[in-house]
Design a protein around this ligand. Structure first.
Ligand SMILES: Cc1ncc(COP(=O)(O)O)c(C=O)c1O
Length: 393
């Protein structure tokens, strides 16, 4: 299938190509000076004390949970309306994911009422996912966490550069998503707002979480290969069981350039979302999640929720025939076979209902307003065509 409108695309060019070529010519490929530089730049951009570069966000989530003291027998609250990695990281620790419902089709983030009702004596932490780039209700969530003595891990994969409730009187107003809880995790996967192919970052204001993450990312070794190559160390100790979750210098070099482009590209995404909303905001039966919010998001994706009578797969097929690539964010994690086998009785009404009707439309900084006009014309035509209603009707 050759798409006329890609779901996502990346703003990569000569700068990134030259940065990669420099790394290759320099011949130091794994964690080294470029990784340290990228960490400092990322920490400054996110206004946070520590940034620890990792191989991806899944490993960041894993280390975030370990550093939060999560282990066998514990429970971690997590939305099911997320990418499977958010829950997988919990299973890696031997803990149990306890799935939390979302607020509803207008707010796809976790529901704090449902979350609080699921806290038990075994609950150790909460993973908050900022869906589409819109931060979850961190004011309420942080209060609940502090009342029950829980750690908060932010899965900020969609929210690189999102600012929390910037014009509110919240004590967290203006803070970057990922820096409000105990620890935040970011992905630089190939389709993210900041893309390096694979890559991730753990951020925290806690010295002890940061030093634990640094140790655990490289087999618990007290010194790195770069320390030895640059003459700062000759030997090392291994002080705990760690992993190989290291970042490469190629990732870091691309990451530094991508970080410089982030705020312009996020601003471009916002303009495109405004264009989508102008056209789709008044279409009968169509819900635009988070429609009352705009400035607090990095706009990673643009989700729409179809009318109850519309068939998601038929609408997607018709959009595909017009060259428009779409996706579903997300098939609920608790309904995947692996999780169904582990937790067969989980039922989340709002999550299941939104997932059946959600379609993600193309959104990326290389998209033109004119493209959005064409995509929205196609959406309006398709969703208003009675013939495309569910075959059951
Ligand atoms: C919400 C969310 N969490 C976690 C991840 C995992 O990130 P990574 O692919 O970098 O491991 C992703 C990546 O797509 C994501 O979107």
């Amino acid at each position: 299938m050759s798409w006329k409108y890609l779901l996502s695309d990346v703003d990569l060019g000569d700068e990134e190509a030259n940065a990669v070529a420099d790394v290759v010519r320099g011949k130091w490929l794994s964690m080294g000076p470029r990784t340290s530089k990228f960490e400092l730049e990322f920490a400054e951009a996110m206004q946070v004390k520590h940034a620890v570069a990792l191989s991806n966000c899944t490993t960041a989530l894993h280390l975030a949970l370990i550093a939060s003291g999560v282990g066998v027998g514990d429970e971690v609250l997590v939305p099911s309306y997320t990418f499977v990695a958010s829950a997988n990281a919990i299973l890696y620790t031997g803990a149990t994911p306890v799935f939390v419902d979302i607020v509803g089709p207008r707010d796809l983030n976790l529901c704090c009422d449902d979350l609080e009702s699921k806290i038990t004596s075994r609950t150790k932490a909460i993973i908050a996912v900022h869906l589409a780039g819109f931060p979850a209700d961190m004011d309420r969530l942080m209060k609940i966490a502090s009342k029950h003595g829980l750690k908060v891990v932010e899965d900020a994969c969609h929210a690189i550069g999102s600012s929390y409730s910037p014009y509110s009187s919240s004590e967290h107003a203006g803070k970057k998503a990922g820096t409000i809880g105990d620890v935040g995790c970011f992905s630089f996967f190939a389709n993210k707002n900041l893309a390096t192919g694979e890559g991730g970052m753990l951020v925290t204001n806690s010295d002890s979480i940061a030093s634990q993450a640094r140790l655990l990312r490289s087999h618990g070794m007290t010194k790195s290969s770069w320390d030895k190559a640059s003459g700062r160390a000759t030997d090392y100790d291994v002080t705990c069981l760690g992993y190989n979750y290291r970042c490469t210098e190629i990732t870091a070099a691309i990451g530094s350039i991508q970080l410089q482009k982030l705020s312009n590209n996020n601003a471009r995404r916002l303009e495109l979302v405004e264009a989508y909303r102008r056209k789709l905001g008044s279409v009968e039966g169509l819900i635009l999640p988070f429609a009352t919010r705009l400035e607090d998001s990095a706009h990673h994706i643009f989700p729409i929720i179809l009318d109850q009578s519309a068939d998601q797969s038929v609408v997607r097929k018709n959009l595909a025939e017009k060259g428009i690539q779409t996706s579903v964010h997300y098939p609920p994690v608790h309904l995947f076979s692996h999780y169904r086998k582990l937790y067969p009785s989980v039922h989340l009404a709002q999550t299941e209902s939104a997932a059946q009707k959600e379609i993600t439309l193309p959104l990326h900084p290389l998209l033109k307003i004119e493209d959005v006009e064409n995509i929205t014309d196609a959406v309006i035509e398709i969703v208003s065509n009675a013939n495309l209603r569910s075959e059951k009707n």
